[in-house]
Write a protein that binds this ligand. Structure first.
Ligand code: RIB
Length: 341
């Protein structure tokens, strides 16, 4: 049975108020013996403060709501794990919500988390989320004193806390890598068209082509949605386009392309050099040695939590948009065109 603060006070022979002050580090005015006795009894009896009672006093539940678009994509599974690890270091709990990559479920979870009075919400947008819907969510939450911080997937505003990677630079590095290997026919398998982080990767790739005096042909762009299934479906058309290099906007969709190429007995990189984006561990060695753009998921997680907690302690502080650096990781899935001939 749960040991209550009343039980503890009776055993210690003092009032509930005295016990509460001593446990909350405010017992300086009491004798050292009394303080030591209360702390020892609390440990011996396995006393744990009632989180609901504590939240009613402090106004905090020490719980963060985390809404992700899907958890079967290992990028998000890794992000969730990093967020949980960091939150536990700070003595915070996490409620993980999977929005099934649709804004209706995302909205339902926002309401559910507000009702449970989480201290803050970290949100990676669903692919069909809109700017206005996102801002409405954030304003509604802030009216209840619950900050919202976007993580990984952002919108074009400065009136919201956001942490993400410099996806335009990431797209530039990926495309530049293929150009530097001599590829002139390059295909682009994008993410969801509404997602700003996919639009920025495409923008960066176009900048890289322009730096070499080339334009991106619309026929070289293959619409995707970050799923491996879309990569698998688009692989035939990508091969038929005559491309010798492919920039897939995430590892998962690149994995789908490679699955199809294997069925067609085509070689990566001999028949198609592929560079992707995320740097998911299981795709970088063993099964595949995928050239990719590394996203520092641990730094992203820490920046998201720090930004959220900073807003909680400083509600009126200016909105922050943290942008972290991606990195090119060269492996065996890309090779020089001259080498392959
Ligand atoms: O793999 C999932 C993709 O969607 C990643 O590139 C990440 O940026 C997320 O937005």
């Amino acid at each position: 049975m749960r040991v209550t603060i009343k039980d503890l006070a009776e055993r210690a022979g003092c009032s509930i108020t005295t016990v509460s002050h001593i446990l909350n580090g405010k017992g300086a005015r009491f004798s050292p013996d009394l303080r030591d006795n209360v702390l020892r009894l609390a440990d011996q009896l396995g006393y744990r403060p009632d989180p609901i009672a504590v939240s009613m006093v402090t106004g905090r539940t020490r719980t963060i709501g985390l809404i992700l678009p899907n958890i079967h994509n290992m990028f998000f599974a890794l992000l969730a794990e990093e967020i949980e690890k960091y939150c536990h270091q700070l003595d915070y709990n996490v409620i993980l919500c999977n929005s099934m990559d649709n804004r209706a479920t995302e909205h339902t979870y926002i309401q559910a988390l507000l009702a449970r009075k989480v201290d803050g919400i970290l949100l990676a947008l669903a692919s069909d989320s809109t700017m206005s819907g996102t801002m409405d969510h954030a304003r509604l939450a802030e009216e209840k004193g619950i900050p919202v911080c976007l993580i990984d997937r952002m919108v074009s505003t400065e009136n919201l806390d956001m942490v993400s990677i410099d996806h335009e630079l990431g797209g530039f590095l990926a495309c530049q890598h293929l150009i530097d290997l001599g590829h002139r026919e390059i295909a682009f398998l994008t993410g969801p068209s509404k997602q700003l982080n996919s639009q920025l990767r495409l923008k960066g790739a176009k900048s890289a082509l322009r730096q070499y005096g080339r334009d991106m042909l619309e026929t070289a762009i293959f619409p995707g949605d970050y799923s491996w299934e879309c990569g698998y479906r688009q692989a035939d058309a990508i091969l038929a386009s005559g491309a010798t290099g492919l920039f897939a906007f995430n590892d998962w969709s690149a994995f789908g392309v490679i699955m199809k190429l294997n069925e067609l007995h085509k070689s990566v990189p001999l028949d198609l050099s592929i560079i992707a984006y995320d740097n998911i561990p299981f795709l970088n060695g063993g099964v595949l040695s995928l050239s990719t753009i590394h996203q520092p998921i641990d730094q992203l997680a820490q920046a998201g939590i720090d930004t959220l907690l900073n807003r909680l302690d400083n509600p009126g502080c200016p909105y922050q948009q943290h942008v972290l650096e991606p990195k090119l990781i060269e492996r065996d899935s890309t090779m020089s065109l001259a080498q392959g001939r």
